[in-house]
Design a protein. Structure first.
Length: 242
């Protein structure tokens, strides 16, 4: 069995998946966090691994960048590989002075300029949000170690729109990234669970930024929160997740 974008067999993925954008971060997370990790797919260089975390099966798979890319992988994992729960573990640019490089954000909602909010129900802009129970689990696990709030999932990495950023920041938006909204829309459509946890890699206000290697490697705190939230409740099936 293979899908157009994943070359794995049935049972190759665990019901719980960590999903960074970067395939190299996926490899590092599998190596650092999972026991007995084995590679299960590498189509287009989008690496996926399955092993165990604290004795429970868990997978790590990259999403690539942007809503179209994560929508493909999340849909195929939910629809064809029995995945029940995905937590994106990504990087983001901070919009608020309260955030510093390396801080962790739990994305309780995702504003977006992508069509993913408006294409599914004509005339309606969907509220794109994580699974409430997964959100509560992550907040409980993180305690004071993460800020919780809305993010902007943008289709644009390079687009100078200070007025948009200012307005979103004034509305309490914590940071900008590119995939949370796409993931939340797919999870709603497939009736599965999803959440996004982010590490601040740069600051839109101050111009501070991690270099590429630090961005790839500084994920321990974020992944620890995400992996423990994934495990917080048993997985009992698509419509009856505990
Ligand atoms: O570090 P990742 O998870 O890829 O996330 C962020 O980094 C990429 C842009 O550099 C986008 O994918 C954005 O969402
Ligand atoms: O999408 C992203 C990710 C990190 N920083 C940004 O400014 N945008």
């Amino acid at each position: 069995m293979a899908t157009p974008h994943i070359a794995a067999e049935p049972g190759d993925f665990a019901p719980r998946v960590l999903m960074p954008g970067d395939p190299r971060r996926a490899l590092r997370i599998a190596t650092d966090f999972l026991a007995d990790a084995r590679q299960v797919t590498d189509v287009r260089g989008i690496l996926g691994f399955t092993g165990t975390y604290r004795g429970e099966p868990m997978s790590v798979m990259a999403s690539g960048m942007g809503a179209p890319s994560i929508s493909i992988y999340a849909t195929e994992l939910f629809r064809f590989y029995g995945v029940e729960r995905i937590i994106r573990v990504g990087t983001a640019g901070a919009l608020q002075a309260s955030l510093a490089l390396g801080d962790v954000i739990v994305a309780s909602a995702a504003h977006t300029d992508a069509t993913t909010a408006t294409v599914r129900v004509p005339g309606v802009s969907l509220s794109l949000a994580p699974s409430p129970r997964l959100l509560v689990d992550a907040i409980t696990v993180a305690g004071d170690a993460a800020q919780v709030g809305p993010v902007l999932s943008s289709d644009y990495f390079y687009l100078d729109r200070p007025e948009v950023i200012d307005r979103l920041a004034a509305l309490g938006t914590l940071a900008v990234e590119m995939e949370a909204a796409g993931l939340y829309a797919v999870a709603a459509a497939e009736r599965r669970e999803a959440l996004t946890v982010l590490t601040v890699s740069d600051h839109i206000r101050t111009g501070e930024a991690m270099d590429a290697v630090t961005r790839e490697t500084r994920y321990e705190h974020m992944v620890d929160i995400a992996a423990r939230a994934l495990l917080a409740r048993p997985v009992v099936g698509a419509t009856g997740s505990a």
